[in-house]
Write a protein that binds this ligand. Structure first.
Ligand code: NAP
Length: 272
């Protein structure tokens, strides 16, 4: 791990997971600072991670190479506008806020190197995936720093146009909920087929986990994996045919389009 110094503005769930992940990857606690208005939050994060915390955002960012803004989207404008006077030109800003565009952020912060990220909830367990977009002012070294930072809680993919962040939001940002929905529906269906709820739940959850592991570990794509477990005239084929007859792929496409559309719409509202 490099010797970068990182400041977190907001020490809530996502910041705390990133801090925990960075420390686990070998960053020294002295390299990390954070600020948060909540005295209880500050005490909890200090006790858990052994880092220094501040009530004042400006104090936390002194000497930082990278500043991660980890507050709720609704608080972003005020936080950025307050930080503006305290920033040094070389400091990399990293936003993990859903739905706030680089144009809005730069408008509030002034011209700074900026990386916009879209992480997802499994990051809280170190199993996330984040989509990253860098503005033109970000150096190669800063790209690496942003990548190291988000890699602490999962894997990282770069996109080369900011509009693709709406698609990232639709696929992985909101994605965990689609899998929860499937687990929920499979559990209910298992109960209807005669299983005790707890058993149906365990079967559905572990099947999702096992299938995801297989998909990640395999060198063939999901379509091929599916074909391999679908014997002609077998039970899996019966289920897949039923899904297809009900327009499964079209339904997924429509749902993700709705999410991407909403992401763009929210960016417009939150950017005011
Ligand atoms: N959690 C996820 O799975 C997830 C996934 C993707 C993206 N994100 C993004 O990550 C960001 C943080 O989410 P989160 O779940 O970590 O939220 P969170 O737990 O509410 O953390 C935000 C923290 O920032 C503090 N805060 C509020 N105003 C502040 C200010 N002016 N200066 C400094 N700190 C301030 C809050 O304190 P108070 O509670 O006292 O207001 C809170 O402790 C959001 O923008 C969200 O869109 C989260």
């Amino acid at each position: 791990m490099s010797k970068m110094r990182i400041a977190f503005i907001g020490a809530g769930n996502m910041a705390s997971s990133l801090i925990g992940g960075l420390l686990a990857k070998g960053l020294d606690a002295a390299q990390i600072r954070a600020s948060d208005p909540g005295a209880e939050t500050r005490a909890k994060v200090a006790a858990e991670h052994g880092i220094e915390l501040f009530a004042d955002n400006a104090q936390a960012i002194q000497d930082a190479d990278v500043i991660v803004i980890a507050v709720k989207p609704q608080a972003m404008k005020a936080v950025c506008q307050d930080l503006r006077a305290h920033l040094q030109p070389h400091q990399l800003l990293v936003s993990i806020a859903a739905g706030i565009t680089c144009a809005s952020l730069l408008n509030w912060l002034g011209n700074q190197p900026l990386v916009r990220c879209m992480p997802n909830t499994p990051a809280l367990l170190g199993k996330g995936v984040s989509g990253l977009f860098a503005t033109a002012d970000v150096t190669a070294e800063q790209r690496q720093q942003a990548e190291q930072l988000l890699s602490a809680v999962g894997i990282v993919v770069w996109v080369d146009s900011e509009a693709q962040i709406d698609a990232v939001t639709a696929v992985s940002g909101s994605g965990p909920a689609y899998f929860f929905l499937l687990i929920e529906a499979m559990t209910d269906a298992g109960v209807k087929l005669g299983l005790p709820r707890e058993v149906a739940k365990q079967l559905a959850e572990q099947t999702a986990l096992g299938a995801a592991h297989m998909a990640v570990a395999s060198d063939v794509d999901a379509a091929e994996l599916r074909r391999r477990v679908t014997s002609p005239a077998g039970t899996t084929e019966a289920a897949i045919k039923s899904f297809q007859a009900d327009g499964f792929a079209a339904s997924v496409e429509k749902a993700l389009s709705a999410a991407a559309h909403r992401s763009a719409e929210m960016a417009e509202q939150l950017g005011q």
